[in-house]
Every structure is written in structure tokens, then in C-alpha cells.
Design a protein around this ligand. Structure first.
Ligand code: FO1
Length: 328
């Protein structure tokens, strides 16, 4: 099987995942890629339903993302947000003028009774994204971070509060009555390769894994599961992953991240700067690959995606050979 024939499913959060996926779609056939995306960060601003991770991945795959920020649209203006200051006390979430079109459209479609899955597919088509983009759920699941300042909705913690404060607890409100969106578990079970790009394991991948049936599907899938560490030299490239891990009592290192995925992970791709942890990781019965995981440009995203896809293909070959030996 060549890279172009592989059916790949990725579980993804925000900017780090998007940067990896822009490389991945140049290594595999984008029409064979399904991305299951975190919606725990969704929030309502000015009556509009905003889904930051869905939009970050859509805009990135469409080549329209603001490259510097990693979120929002390139060449954006903020005149509407400035005008909103006249009416609202709080305008800390940077909604750009062109980006607002997506939130207006999504909100109107949801009000007309469309599911988030349907609207996400329509938006992806409008941006000519070839991959299948699935919200993790059509039910509202909202990440809430508890710090000494109290219980904060994710965007209030991350953007307004700059991810500061000692994290005490993270909750996913709405989980008890939520189910994965149609196609989510099927995409995990039927893929040839599962990838967890470098996303925050607590607030980006955590909500997806917490949905009923998702972890089970990952444990049971025949496909290799390859994750890329979001930490480099023990620190996140961006965001508060280190503070979230330490607040929850998890070691702030590739070893700590691996423990969160231990029950389903086959291969862990870590940065060369974390090679000192290889021996401890190998005790976890994991295949460890060390490489450059910092994606400062498209070429680096492609190079990392090539390493991951090649490793996935190698694991598949080994498994097929082992199955052949057992039936002989
Ligand atoms: N991140 C920020 O740090 N500041 C912002 O003002 C901001 C606005 C924003 C608007 C639309 C959008 O789709 C994303 C936006 N983000 C912003 C990113 C977002 O908060 C995070 O990247 C994710 O929620 C974490 O994955």
C-alpha cells in the first residue's frame, strides 16, 4: 500500500494540529483523510456560535489562515469588533471581520436545525477542503478550567486570562449526555492509520477521548496509532499545556503525555531534544521515534508528516506479516 492509498484518521485540536495537517495533506491523498476535531473550546460571542478549532483547521487546510497567529484569517481587519466596544463591556476575543462571516453562517444554519456536523461539512466544501472534517460531537460539550480564580470557560481561561493561574481541575460540561458525532467511531475503526498530531493532551485531545466509545474504538482498531508529542524539551511550543499537566499532577514531559495515551498508543514521535526520555518511554512498550517536530514552515510540516506516515506503513507491514505467520 502506498502513502496515497492510505485511509487516515486524525484526532485534532488547534494550531499545532493544523500545522501538522497542512503537511499531511501533501503526503497522503487529502480525500482519504478524516479529521475528528475538538469542540470543547466552542463559545458563544455576541449571540454567535464560534468553533475555534473547526475554523483553525478549515482555514489552514484552505491555505487562508493567518500564518503568524495560527488562528483567524490572513489579512484580517477588526472594525466590527472595534464597533462592538460601543455596546459591550467585553470584546477580548479577537473576531475578525471576514471570520465573522463563518460565525454568522454557522449560527444561522444551527438555528435552522442543521447539526454541527452538517454545517461543518458545508463550510469545508465552501473553502474547497478535500478532507472530511468532523466535529467530535453534535452535542454541546464545554471545557471548563478551574483555577484559584474560579471555574473559567475555556476561552476565558486561555484568551482573556492568558492561561495564567494554578490549574486545579478540568471538566467537560455536557459530557454525560453527549455522544460522538455520526462517523467518529467508524472513522477510527476503519482507518489504516490513526494519528494524534501535536495537540494539547488535556484540553484538545482530552474532550474527544472522553466521549463515550472513542477510547474503546482506539483500543480496538486494527490500525497503528501514532501520536506526536506537543512538548519539546519539556515545554509546549504555544499555550498552557505545561501548566495544565502540572496542575493535574501529571509529569510535564513526553513521559507524562505518553501515560495519557498508554492504553491505545503504538508509536510516539518525540522531538530529538527529548531523546533523554527514550529509555523510560520504551519501558511502556512503545515504539519511539525521535525527529525534529518543530514545524516552523511548510517543508518541516511535510517532513514530520512523512516520518509519521512511513512509521504507520511500517507498523502495518509488520502486523500483516505477523498475521500471515500465525495462519501458516
Ligand atoms: N486566540 C487568542 O489567543 N486570542 C484571540 O483573540 C483569539 C481569537 C480567535 C478567534 C477565532 C478563532 O477561530 C480562534 C481564535 N483564537 C484566539 C484561537 C483559539 O482561542 C485557540 O486557538 C483555541 O481555542 C485552542 O485550540
Amino acid at each position: 500500500m502506498t502513502s496515497r492509498d492510505l485511509t487516515v484518521t486524525a484526532l485534532a485540536g488547534g494550531v499545532g494540529a493544523a500545522r501538522f495537517l497542512r503537511g499531511l495533506v501533501r503526503v497522503i491523498d487529502p480525500a482519504r483523510l478524516c479529521v475528528i476535531i475538538n469542540t470543547g473550546d466552542d463559545e458563544e460571542f455576541f449571540g454567535l456560535h464560534v468553533s475555534p478549532d473547526l475554523d483553525t483547521i478549515t482555514y489552514t487546510l484552505a491555505g487562508a489562515i493567518d500564518q503568524n497567529k495560527g488562528w483567524g484569517l490572513g489579512q484580517e481587519t477588526f472594525r466590527c469588533l472595534e464597533a462592538l466596544q460601543r455596546y459591550y463591556a467585553e470584546t477580548w476575543f479577537g473576531l475578525g471581520d471576514a471570520d465573522l462571516a463563518t460565525h454568522l453562517f454557522r449560527t444561522q444554519q444551527l438555528r435552522q436545525g442543521k447539526s454541527l456536523s452538517e454545517v461543518t461539512a458545508t463550510i469545508a466544501r465552501a473553502w474547497e477542503v478535500q478532507a472530511t472534517l468532523l466535529p467530535m460531537s453534535n452535542d454541546p460539550v464545554r471545557t471548563v478550567v478551574h483555577t484559584e480564580a474560579g471555574a473559567l470557560p475555556f476561552q476565558a481561561y486561555f484568551v482573556k486570562g492568558q492561561g495564567e493561574g494554578q490549574v486545579q481541575k478540568v471538566e467537560f460540561h455536557g459530557l454525560a449526555t453527549a455522544s460522538p458525532a455520526p462517523g467518529v467511531c467508524e472513522a477510527i475503526r476503519s482507518a489504516d492509520l490513526l494519528i494524534l498530531p501535536p495537540s494539547n493532551p488535556i484540553v484538545s485531545i482530552g474532550p474527544i477521548l472522553a466521549l463515550p466509545g472513542v477510547r474503546q474504538a482506539l483500543r480496538e482498531t486494527q490500525a497503528p496509532v501514532v501520536a506526536i508529542s506537543p512538548l519539546v524539551a519539556g515545554k509546549p511550543i504555544k499555550g498552557p499545556a505545561d501548566r495544565l499537566l502540572s496542575g493535574l499532577g501529571i509529569e510535564v514531559s513526553v513521559v507524562g503525555v505518553a501515560t495519557l495515551y498508554r492504553d491505545f498508543l503504538d508509536t510516539f514521535v518525540i522531538d530529538s531534544q527529548d531523546a533523554n526520555h527514550c529509555a523510560r518511554l520504551q519501558q511502556e512498550d512503545l515504539t519511539i521515534i525521535t525527529t525534529d517536530t518543530i514545524m516552523t514552515d511548510l517543508e518541516k510540516s511535510i517532513a514530520l508528516a512523512q516520518v509519521v506516515v512511513e512509521q504507520g506503513r511500517k507498523k502495518r507491514r509488520t502486523r500483516t506479516e505477523e498475521r500471515g505467520l500465525r495462519t501458516e
